[in-house]
Design a binder for this molecule. Sequence first.
Ligand code: CDV
Length: 339
Amino acid sequence: MPRIITVAAAQLGPLQKADTRQVAVERMMRLMERAQTRGVELVVFPELALTTFFPRHYHEDIGEADGWFEHAMPSNETAPLFALARKLGIAFHLGYAELAEETDETGSLRKRRFNTSILVNGRGEIVLKYRKVHLPGHAEFDPKRKVQHLEKRYFEVGNLGFPVIRAPIGGLSGINMGMMICNDRRWPEAWRVLGLQGVELVTLGYNTPSLNMDAAGFEAHHLRVFHSHLSIQAGAYQNATFAVATAKAGTEDGCELFGHSIIVNPQGEIMAQATSWDDELITADCDLDMCTLGRTTIFAFDKHRRPETYTRITEQIGAVEPPVWSRDTPTHRRSTDLA
Ligand code: CDV
């Protein structure tokens, strides 16, 4: 019996600062209805899908930003999306800003803010939650930048790792599902941690500006989309998984986001790609048995991985300079000898 699931990336066009949650949810519901007419079983919405990408806006007092966060999920505003999913029997991935009342590592109960995504099954139950690990940007107002990127101000680093769950989705009794959020897709470590749990379908949402806003050097415009696709295609191929990557696109609060949502197969091929910078649904039939070839041959991890040579990856954060060669440098120096 082939294991085929029909998936969609439900790209959203821009959401402006003044747009309410109701506006966003209405648009997502229209996309979900369209998905149903195409036989879709899982719909993937973008990162922070309920509001404009608010980390571009500076609030001196972080508490003032609480209005951008969801205090419950489902909330009054998102309940209609959950209800529609239940009615249509469609699973969905939703990205949002989460405000949780939770104990931290020191044991104190406090407000905690995360850039979060959830996977909801066709019965409206949350089956997986992920909190973004790789937070780009900066924590303080940066006068050098034309546009701020204050994710490090508003969010804590995700504390759930990169979990994978085997869950019934659509007509299939079990799919190994994992999630990432935006910048995570650029980090091979994130993909590999999912791959090591046998992930078959990675869902991720993103908000990526068309221009590099770091003001730290020239980056040609066309490379922005290239780097996004390169990362997703490589991650999917090297971990023998499907990936659905959904953008928020178009000009939001005067800042352009590049769209180009894609669905990728375990060979790293793009199966579908968005062409507008607006609300747009792209779909693909994913035969999960395609994951088997990669994971039993080139990427049969149990046969070929050599973790004893990868210790730097978990023991070191930044790059260290290598020794400078001289005639006395031992040629048998091991890369695992930490500086
Ligand atoms: N929302 C993001 O994580 N955006 C980053 C940008 C800032 C580079 C990204 O990796 O797409």
